[in-house]
Design a protein around this ligand. Structure first.
Ligand SMILES: [Zn+2]
Length: 49
């Protein structure tokens, strides 16, 4: 699973594995830490172009 600091390889909606907060991540940018719980692990929910 992607973690904060890693570069996003697939743009899409990601969900925090801890609190369920959803964030939009863009390819080429680093994953941010979760704003709600500071968790750093994400799961891809829906890929976008
Ligand atoms: Zn979270």
């Amino acid at each position: 699973m992607p973690k904060s600091g890693q570069t996003v390889e697939q743009s899409g909606i990601y969900k925090c594995t801890k609190c369920g907060n959803e964030v939009t991540c863009v390819k080429g940018e680093p994953f941010p830490p979760c704003r709600k719980c500071s968790n750093s692990e994400y799961k891809l929910i829906r890929a976008t172009k």
